[in-house]
Structures are given as C-alpha cells and as structure tokens.
Design a binder for this molecule. Structure first.
Ligand code: ZN
Length: 137
C-alpha cells in the first residue's frame, strides 16, 4: 500500500479548494474541487503512463468540471476500453482520464494545475499499473 499523502502547498503554490487545470495551448480549462489539496500523487508504470510520464492524482467524477474546450478533448481507449484517456487535440497534452480500476473517479495531470511545478512534490510513489488490479484473479 502507498502512504496517504496530501499536498495543500506545493513549493510556492497553494492548492485552492477550487483549482484550475489547463492544457498547454490553453484551449482546455478544467475546474477541480480539491478541498483536501492534491491527494496521493503518483506515477504509474503501465503502458500508457510510462510513455506520457505524468504525475496523477484523483478526484470523484463530480469534482471535475470542463469549463472550456470540450470540443478539443480527444478520447483515447485501448485494451479493455474501460479507462477513458483525454488529451487536447491541439497541443497533445493529457489532461485527465476516467480510471479503469475505479471508474468513480477521474485521475488528472498534476503538471496541468495552474501555478504548480510538479517537480516540487519531491519523490512521488509509483503505482504498479503493469500488474493492474483488474487483471488479477
Ligand atoms: Zn491544448
């Protein structure tokens, strides 16, 4: 089990209870409800996460609202096609995905949070996505 970790401050950045996330070109703007800050940020070694290299955290589905750029978000699915991975079709940046292991939450790209430098998180735990919980008997 990973240790439970919460970040309400990351370097110079305070995480607001309502915090915005945006893609690189600024076309996609998403509002997140983060009353407890950034909870349990992690990296993952699965086939898609190891390629994109993003640090993720999760929120309940109702706590993520797309404010702008719905039409720019492109859906990518693979394997069991359970998880829904979204990225901006203009700049290619991954913003969030609906998780396969817990479809009740969205994982979001911590590096897209406005004002946040994810390198200031220090060491981030790695979750074992190669051996996915949904693939275990
Ligand atoms: Zn973009």
């Amino acid at each position: 089990m990973l240790d439970e970790m919460r970040y309400t401050q990351i370097g110079q950045a305070s995480i607001h209870p309502i915090h915005r996330l945006s893609c690189h070109c600024g076309g996609v703007v998403i509002e997140l409800h983060l009353p407890n800050g950034v909870e349990n940020p992690r990296r993952c070694n699965c086939s898609i996460c190891r390629r994109r290299g993003a640090i993720c955290s999760s929120v309940p589905l109702a706590d993520l609202k797309i404010l702008q750029g719905q039409a720019l978000l492109t859906l990518y699915q693979f394997n069991t096609r359970t998880a829904k991975h979204y990225f901006c079709k203009v700049c290619g940046i991954y913003t969030h995905h609906q998780r396969r292991s817990d479809p009740g939450v969205y994982a979001y790209n911590v590096g897209c949070l406005e004002g946040v430098n994810p390198f200031e998180l220090g060491e981030v735990p790695i979750s074992d996505g190669v051996h996915h919980v949904s693939d275990r008997l």
